[in-house]
Structures are given as C-alpha cells and as structure tokens.
Design a protein around this ligand. Structure first.
Ligand code: NAD
Length: 464
C-alpha cells in the first residue's frame, strides 16, 4: 500500500517534527499494511501557518477559478477511484464493491457538487440599501473519523475551498492512507500551496492541538459525542466557530399501512451497510404491535444473509469489535431477545461481529439509547402513532430516520413530528445536495450542498 512518511504542508511532503508513528492495520486479517507519522503540536503549527499565509490569496481567487480547481480535484478522484476503493478496503475492511460504490463514489459526487456550487453561488446579495458580501470564515481545522474516511474529508474540504477558506486536516488514526491519497489529488489538481494541508496524528495530540490553535477560525469535527463536547467547549472558550457532526440512534418507523417486507428489508440493509459503522444508520426499527412478530421474523431472516467476511466486512479495529460485542452482551443481560447473531466471534481472525437482531427491546434499554456503531438492530413495538413518535424522539440524538406508510402524505405527516435532521420517506434515496446534520446531541451545523457551503461563510454588510 502506498504511503508517505511525511506531512503534506504548504504544497509539499515534508518530514514530521514529531518522531512517533502510527501503524495502519487491515482489520480483516490484523496485518500491518503501512506506517504513517504521528504529527506533533509543532507539525500542526506549521500547517496552520501555511494555511494562514495562503488564505488572502485563495479568498481573493475568483469563485470561477476556485470552481475550476474543485472540478480538477473531482477529476483526480475519478481517475483514482479504484485506488481509493482498494485503500479504504485495506484500512477500514469494507467489502470492495461497497468501497467502490460508496467510499469512492460519494466523495466524487460531493466534490462535483461543490465544483458547481462554487461557480454558481451568489457570494454577494442586495438587501434594501445594503450589499451583503458572503466571505470565507478563514482557516478551517477539519478533524475526521474513519467510518466514511474519504467522504467525511471531502464533505468538509470541498465546501471550505469553494467558500475561499484554507484547511488543515487531521484524519482518523485508523484511516490515514486515503487521506494521503486525497492530498496527492489536491496537489495534482493544481490547488495552490498552503490552501490544503494534511497532518496525520493521534486525536489527543494532533487533533487537540488543531482544535485549540489560535490560528484556526472554524473547527469542523465529525466523530464521537464525547470528543465533540470537548471540541465545542474549546471553541466556545476561544469564541471561534464550530461545526459538530456527532452520533445517532435513528428510528425506522414502519406505520401499519406500510409495505412491511420492503420496509424491513431496506431497514436491515441500512443497518448492516459498512458493518453498522454509519452515524445515520436506522438502528431502531419501530413496528406496530399487530405486525411485530412478522417483522421480527423477516428481519432475522434478512440479517442471516449477511455472512461475515463475504457480504459484511469487519469492524475497523479490535477496540470497536470489543465495544460492539459488549453492547450485544448488555442487550442480552437487560432482557432483549436475540433473534439473529450474538456476541460470539464469527471468524477466528479479523475484527468481525455477527450481524445481530434484537427483539423485545424496550425504549429505556441501553441498546435502544446508545450508539453501538456496529451491525446491531433493535426492534421495538409501539401501540399507536403517538407512542411511535414518543419512542422515536426518546433519545438524546436526532440525526436521521425513516418513515414507511402506504400513502406518502401519511408518512410525511409523521416525519414532521420527528426531532431529526433527515428522514427518508418510503426508502427515499440519499441526496448529496440535501443538508445533513443533527438535532439535539447529534450535532451543530449542516454539511453538504448549499447549506454545507454557508457553514464556511460569514457575512459583511455594506450600506449605501
Ligand atoms: P473519536 O471521536 O475519538 O475520533 C474522531 C476523530 O477525532 C479522529 O480523527 C480522532 O483522532 C479525533 N480525536 C480524538 N480525540 C480528540 C481530541 N481530544 N481532540 C481532538 N481530536 C480528537 O471517535 P472514535 O474513538 O474513533 O470512535 C468512537 C465512537 O465514536 C464510535 O463507536 C461511534 O459511536 C462514534 N463515531 C461516530 C462517528 C460519526 O460519524 N458520527 C464517526 C466515528 C465514530
């Protein structure tokens, strides 16, 4: 696997100041596939200084030219899509077909959308006797997780560059190789030196240094609620902007009039995708009491088809594997009924977890409240729509969700009652232009499309 023993700072690969290294492990077989440098606070400082120095020039670059660079970046991602997919499969463990379709495909779509938006967005508007300028926020510190490692990078870097901001990226420890590949694409796309900088490293060291750096104007973070809280507190103390995309415990509400077989099949597939490591996964299935047994049977049969090592990959690392197995044990201990999977390891090697379905889950159980981040579905029964809404809204999260009904208007009416940032109606497709982000503790701010672009802008009003 290709790797750089350096940081991408100010347009070139330079040796790290920090001496530490991070081993990158393939979770499917436990093999070390690469080693990357663990950046120090000094590396972060060098990257932030490069980004600050590049800011005035990039901010003043006409939006059409920024759009052209982003289009060139998208073309690079297209040209290297197979390499991107292979890299994500090696460091995350996702099956290759999923890596090609989603881990390589989504970033291409998102980068393309910002190439277009940069060229068409109204960076100036008239309001009465004022001209309002939409200016870049400044230097962005982006801290990303491993679960959709390139998508989460592009969902921050592309809108930031479209807005005229410059960026320092600290990617997740588990998936630095695709971030290095992305830096090569940025370089090949002719994006000027210092506009994008990459520092690989540990969260509590490089991530913390980036979040706390005075030279950062906005911190954009995706990851756990625990770290998000720390970053939000740091940003608050320094009065700097912050965007947080955190966890979820999304509800898949199947109303009595729905096509049950379809709703359950799509619902199970949604949870099992990416081995359950998706912040927006519909990990709670809510079914009316009258159709509950039928739904449980369908879900158990659907989950059994996800054969570990074939249709479903491992979890990202041994820590996550142990964490998820712990949640499955907790579910059993709290009285939920296992109808598929269980805590046992399905394979002798690799960080695999059995695709698991729990029935007889009640709303207060740990497995119905906390984000598990693994292939684990909880099925809950409800009595009527008020009960379903209460259960669906009864967690600290509110990131995504789904509603199924025989009639679209009925599903939409119910979706309006949900405290959540996205709802898919009768299996609606992912839209890379729709705002994505959380209500409640699922986060602050929105990513993707026009709403994602405005996160990186601030306004200045000129009065005439
Ligand atoms: P994490 O929040 O620890 O890591 C996310 C990113 O934050 C990584 O780049 C990490 O290096 C960095 N980081 C860690 N500590 C930091 C600190 N003190 N200051 C600045 N940056 C820091 O997530 P994790 O440990 O990899 O995963 C744990 C759990 O988080 C998962 O089980 C899951 O529940 C949740 N998670 C959610 C998402 C999501 O998309 N919402 C993504 C990944 C993980």
């Amino acid at each position: 696997m290709k790797q750089h023993d350096a940081m991408y700072i100010d347009g070139s690969w330079r040796p790290a100041e920090g001496r530490g290294t991070i081993e990158v492990v393939n979770p499917a077989d436990g093999q070390v596939i690469a080693t990357v440098p663990a950046g120090s606070a000094e590396d972060v400082d060098a990257a932030v200084r490069a980004a600050r120095a590049a800011l005035p020039g990039w901010a003043a670059t006409p939006p059409q030219e920024r759009a052209a660079r982003l289009a060139a970046l998208r073309d690079q991602l297209v040209a290297r899509a197979d390499e991107i997919a292979a890299t994500v499969t090696a460091e995350l463990g996702a099956p290759l077909a999923f890596s090609k379709a989603v881990h390589a495909g989504a970033p291409i779509a998102v980068c393309g959308s910002y190439a277009e938006l940069a060229g068409t967005y109204a960076f100036e508007e008239k309001i009465g006797n004022s001209t309002v300028l939409h200016e870049p926020v400044g230097v962005v510190g982006a801290i990303t997780p491993w679960n959709y490692p390139l998508h989460q990078v592009v969902a921050k870097v592309a809108p930031a560059l479209a807005a005229g901001c410059t960026v320092v990226l600290k990617p997740a420890e588990d998936t630095p190789l695709v971030a290095q590949l992305f830096a090569e694409c940025v370089d090949a796309a002719g994006i000027p030196a210092g506009v994008f900088n990459l520092v690989t490293g540990l969260g509590p060291v490089a991530g913390q240094a980036l979040a706390a750096h005075d030279g950062i104007d906005l911190v954009s973070f995706t990851g756990s609620t625990a770290v998000g809280r720390k970053i939000g507190a740091l940003a608050g103390a320094a009065v700097k902007r912050v965007a947080l995309e955190l966890g979820g415990k999304s509800a898949n509400v199947i109303l009595p009039s729905a096509d049950l077989a379809k709703a359950v099949a799509v619902g199970v597939a949604n949870v099992m995708a990416n081995s359950g490591q998706t912040c927006s996964a519909w990990t709670r299935m809510l079914v009316h009491r009258d159709r509950y047994d039928e739904a449980v049977e369908l879900a158990a049969a659907a989950a059994a088809k996800y054969v570990p090592g074939e249709k479903i990959g491992p979890l990202v690392n041994a820590t996550q594997q142990a964490r998820v197995r712990g949640y499955i044990e907790r579910g059993v201990a709290e009285g939920a009924r296992l109808v598929a999977g269980g805590p046992e390891e399905p394979l002798a090697a690799g960080c695999y977890v059995r695709p698991t379905v729990f029935a007889d889950v009640t709303p207060e159980m740990t497995i119905a409240q906390e984000e598990i981040f693994g292939p684990v579905l909880s099925i809950l029964a409800y009595e009527d729509e008020d009960d379903a809404a209460r259960i669906a809204n009864g967690t600290v999260y509110g990131l995504a969700g789904a509603v199924w009904a025989g009639d679209e208007a009925e599903a939409v009416a119910f979706a309006r009652r949900l405290e959540t940032g996205q709802v898919d109606i009768n299996g609606g497709r992912f839209n890379p232009l729709a705002p994505f982000g959380g209500y409640k503790q699922s986060g602050v701010g929105r990513e993707l499309g026009r709403h994602g672009l405005t996160e990186y802008l601030q306004t200045k009003s000129l009065q005439f």
